[in-house]
Write a protein that binds this ligand. Structure first.
Ligand code: C2E
Ligand code: MG
Length: 374
């Protein structure tokens, strides 16, 4: 069903063949046009990630963590953003794993550390209120021999007291349980840096790592919020985590809180702090300053209006035909087309598509079983 002429079919079959040959053990593979476009995007991102720092395409946003009862800002999390010149805003989940597959995670990690230290320095110099800022570590960063030195040097260069820096660790970074990781975490702790275990409760949720390492707080995995919307089944688990955290003298942060109802649920569960759109979305440094001055944030629930009746929609295919003046042939990805108001049309694709004047896209309407019409 992929193409309509013999030549095109042979062409698609040969693409499937080259993909099959890439596998560890050459086997067989089926052609899917969507995969082509995804592989193409990934390849493009991989190529340009190396230059993203030099091209000034990375920047940070900051999201406050607030006291669950008072709304007082306790700290902020720095979240990396990439504005790609062609593909637009790329979410960290799309490029952090790419950076970890190559070696880019090191320069990117150092850029984040340095940018955060510079931000803290400028807040301190301007005598605006300052709270600790946390950065997310890619699990490989911790295994790097010079990591503690890099952090120490950076704090020193920007005259930042270590208590203003927090590090968020993925649990899998601790699973190695190696002496080296243990020693690294001890040294960071001795410098005065607070260590936070991120996404707790989603993976192995090791109890021993809470005891072995100098962790000061746990961030409950964001998936708990969605799971609590369905039923009460996660409640005993969250209660046990909070109980344990108390025993180990750790604070518990609930992440991804969007509604007052969710806030109440986590208050009942005796969490200490929250981070989520209900209090603030991640914001640029300019928008953060007034929030820090304010000191206390009020929960603001966004009004989510669901459409009363489903909008009419059409199926289609989208592809890139020209890029920077050159013809490309990268297959197509299914899309759904809806009219949202009298003046606008929306395209929903399963992959993120670029919107840029250097890119020529082609759209094709199909019927429900995927046959092309136009
Ligand atoms: P994370 O550390 O769990 O970060 C929290 C994520 O939750 C952020 O997504 C944030 O924007 C999102 N979030 C916060 N409040 C809400 C809410 O109320 N509702 C919803 N739906 N989402 C909320 P983001 O910025 O896309 O980051 C995703 C992940 O990428 C982060 O997860 C972190 O693991 C990683 N990441 C971000 N910045 C960095 C970085 O500088 N270095 C490394 N290695 N990883 C990073
Ligand atoms: Mg985090």
């Amino acid at each position: 069903h992929d193409e309509t002429t013999a030549t095109e079919l042979v062409h698609t079959a040969s693409r499937a063949l080259s993909r099959a040959n890439l596998k560890a053990q050459p086997a067989y593979d089926f052609y899917t046009s969507q995969l082509d476009l995804e592989i193409y995007r990934r390849h493009q991102l991989e190529q340009s990630l190396r230059n993203a720092i030099q091209q000034d395409e990375l920047f940070l946003e900051y999201q406050p963590k607030v006291d669950i009862w008072s709304g007082q800002i306790l700290a902020c999390e720095a979240l990396i953003r990439w504005d790609h010149p062609e593909w637009g805003r790329i979410p960290p989940q799309d490029f952090i794993p790419l950076s970890e597959e190559g070696h880019c995670y090191l320069p990117i990690g150092e850029w984040v550390l340095e940018t955060v230290c510079r931000t803290i320095q400028s807040l301190l110099q301007q005598q605006s209120p300052v709270v600790p800022i946390s950065i997310n570590l890619s699990s490989k960063q911790l295994l790097h021999r010079d990591f503690v030195d890099t952090v120490r040097t950076c704090l020193h260069r920007y005259h930042v007291p270590a208590r203003y820096l927090q590090l968020e660790l993925q649990e899998n970074a601790l699973l190695h349980e190696s002496e080296f990781v243990k020693e690294t975490l001890q040294q960071l702790h001795q410098l005065g840096i607070e260590l936070i275990l991120d996404g707790y409760g989603s993976g192995v949720s090791s109890l021993s790592s809470l005891q072995t390492h100098p962790i000061s707080s746990l961030k409950l995995d964001r998936s708990f919020v969605a799971r609590l919307e369905e039923d009460d089944r996660p409640v005993p688990l969250i209660k046990s985590i909070v109980y344990l955290a108390k025993e180990f003298q750790l604070s518990v942060v609930a992440e991804g809180i969007e509604t007052l109802h969710q806030l109440d649920q986590f208050r009942d569960l005796e969490c200490h702090a929250v981070q989520g759109y209900l209090f603030s979305r991640p914001v640029g440094i300019e928008a953060l300053r007034p929030l820090l001055k304010q000191g206390v944030l009020q929960p603001v629930e966004s009004l989510k209006k669901s459409p009363k009746k489903p909008l009419p929609s059409l199926h289609g295919l989208i592809s890139i035909t020209r890029l920077n003046g050159k013809d490309v042939n990268v297959g197509a990805s299914p899309i759904l087309i809806t009219r949202s108001t009298n003046r606008s049309v929306h395209f929903y694709a399963s992959i993120r598509l670029p919107v840029d004047h250097q890119i020529e896209l082609s759209l094709q309407l199909t019927d429900k079983i995927g046959r092309a019409h136009v």
